[in-house]
Design a protein around this ligand. Sequence first.
Ligand SMILES: [Zn+2]
Length: 425
Amino acid sequence: MQSGRSGALPGIHFPGSAREAASPSFPPSGGVLTMSDRKLAFLYSPEVEALSYPPECPFKIQRAGLTRLRLKSFGLLGDENRFEVSPRRATLAELKQFHTAPYLHELQHAAAGDLTVEGLGMGIGGVDTPVFKDMFECGDWACGAGFAAADLLLQAKADIAFNLLGGFHHAMADRAAGFCYLNDVALACMKLADAGKRVLYLDVDAHQGDGVQSAFHRRNDVMTISLHESGRTLFPWGGFEDEIGDGAGRGYNVNVPLPAETYDEAFLTAFDSVAVPLATAFNPDVLVLELGLDILAGDPLTHLRMTNNVVVEIAERLLRLNCPILVAGGGGYHVENTVRGWALAWRTFCGGNDEYDFALGMGGVMLASTEWAGGLRDRALAVSAEQRRAVEPELRSTIETVINNVFPLHGLAAPSLGGRQVRSG
Ligand SMILES: [Zn+2]
C-alpha cells in the first residue's frame, strides 16, 4: 500500500474552483482501491457509552457513538469491508511510552477525587481540563482504540481505521490542556514509528496539534503537519510558521496558521500548496489524520468558516497517497455538524458519492435536485469580498513563509506565488 515518489515538483496552484484544486502532485488515482476492496474499521466499545465529560463542558465524547448510529442508518457500517472493532483500554505501561509516571499518577488520583497541588501544577483542574470521574478512562479508552487502530493497519486487516474516541492532540507528556489528558494520537504515531514505519501526522483541527508537535519535533521519522486557526486568535496560542522542528527534526514539523474567517477554497489553497507537496515528498508508509471538525462554520469555539465539503476534498487527496490511514476525531463543538462531517468523511473514504448519499438518505428515492435535503454534505457558503480581503493577503504571506522555511530542507523548489489571487468558484 505504499506510494511511489512523485518526480514532479509541486507548483502553487490557486484554483478557480475547489474541484479544480485536485492536486497534480499525488500519484495518479489509478492505483486507489475501489469501494469494493477497501477495508474500513470503526473503533468503538459499548463500554464508553457510560462515560461522559461534565455536562457544562463543550467536549462531548458521545459524538463517536452518534456517528456510529448515523453510519448504520445510512447502511455504511456493518459488512465485511466496513466493520466495527472493539478496542481495549490502554495499559499504564503503554501510556508511559509518552506520558510521565508522576503525571499518570496525579491524573488517576484526580479522577478518584484527590486533586493535589502537584496535579494542579500539571494543568489538571483548569477551565478546559476539569476534574471529573471519567477523566482518566475517557483518555485511556481513546489511547487503547488508537493502539487497536494502529494494529489493524500494521496487520493489514484494515486500510483505514477510524478512532473518533480519540484526537486528544493537546495532551503533553506531563500536562493536561484543552480538554485533553492522554494523547492517543502521539501514542499511535509512536507505535507505528516503532514498527519501522515512516509516519505522517496531519492535523486539520482548528487548534494546533501542540502535544503531538512536542512529541516529535526532534524526529524525522514522524513528520507532523498542522493547519489550524492562527495562534493570534485561538488556543493554544502557538503553531506559527517559524516552528519547523529542531535538530534532526528540522523541516519535519510544519505549521500553517490560518487567518480567522478562512473559507473552503482558501484552506484548500494552503493544503495544496504546503501539505500535498510535503506529504508526497515525505512518502509516508502510514498516515495519521486528526480530523477535528471545529473548522466548520458555526463551531462555537473557533473562527474558521469552512463547510464539510472540504472534508471530501481532503479525503480524496489523502486517498491518492495510497497508504493506510488512521483517522482520529478531535475537536468539533457543534455536535450535529461534527457527526455529519465525520460520517461524510467515512463515506468518502469508503468510496461513496453524493448519489449514494441521496439514494440512501431518502429511502432509496433518487433526488433530481442537488440541493441539500438531509444528506451529509453542507451547502456551499458564500464568501464576502470583505472576508476575502481579510484572509487572502495574510494567507498568501503565510504560505510563502512556510514554503521558504521548509521546502528547501526536502529538496523541493520554492515556487513564487506571484500576484495570483485566491479566488472562489
Ligand atoms: Zn480543536
